[in-house]
Design a binder for this molecule. Sequence first.
Ligand code: SAM
Length: 242
Amino acid sequence: MNEDINLTVTSDPPLDDHGQPFRIRSFIRRQGRMTVAQKKALEELWPRYGLSLNDPTMGNAVVSRDIPIVLEIGFGNGESLLSMAEAHPECAYIGIEVHLPGVGHLLHRAGELNLQNLKVYADDAIDVLHQAIKDQSLDRVQLFFPDPWHKKRHHKRRIVNADFLELLHQKIKPGGQFHAATDWEPYALEMADVLKAARGFTPTTADGSPFNERPDYRPLTKFERRGQRLGHGVWDLIWSRQ
Ligand SMILES: C[S@@+](CC[C@H](N)C(=O)[O-])C[C@H]1O[C@@H](n2cnc3c(N)ncnc32)[C@H](O)[C@@H]1O
């Protein structure tokens, strides 16, 4: 996945009065404590797995090999992404996460598993999509358990909104998919509404319902298993890009 990769800058994010990208972000950078293993993995494995928006020679965003490309936004500690990349060597996975201990954790495990089909950005996913992902190049975009931003005054931070879906529409191939999952029902309902209103997305369910059964390819996380034991719901939304 390394040598045959190319970068295409396709569009620019909006700028504020100082020429800086302006937007309300869907995350607050947390320092978080990093274990020795995570720090070591970041130092040693970043050259192998990392992609950078700032270094054009490393901006190897999209594989040109003709295999499906799955992009996961906000992979956390990478539990799901790692097992999917391991189970599906026929696909290329690009993970994006701003929380560095999580990135360190993923790199550590990716190295142990010797994964060949994974690349990682430690940047805001919106910047990555704007600056480093070719139009109509992604087969699937995954967004598992995005920060729900429970309080009303924080809803504007929720990553799924009309602009986000417009950007995904630009980057996903026709016939590709957007797959979101959440355990917060109000956010699930909001996602369904925003998807219905968006241009060029349709549900993949037989009856047109916005919600799907969890597909086998999405592993159950530890957190989700605990939620299941407590009787909490999870909503998967798998929508097709027209
Ligand atoms: C609630 S956690 C879920 C993590 C993981 N997907 C899981 O299921 O366990 C949401 C993650 O998304 C990340 N995140 C939020 N907005 C992001 C953005 N714009 N770009 C990259 N990562 C983001 C956060 O740092 C956080 O780790």
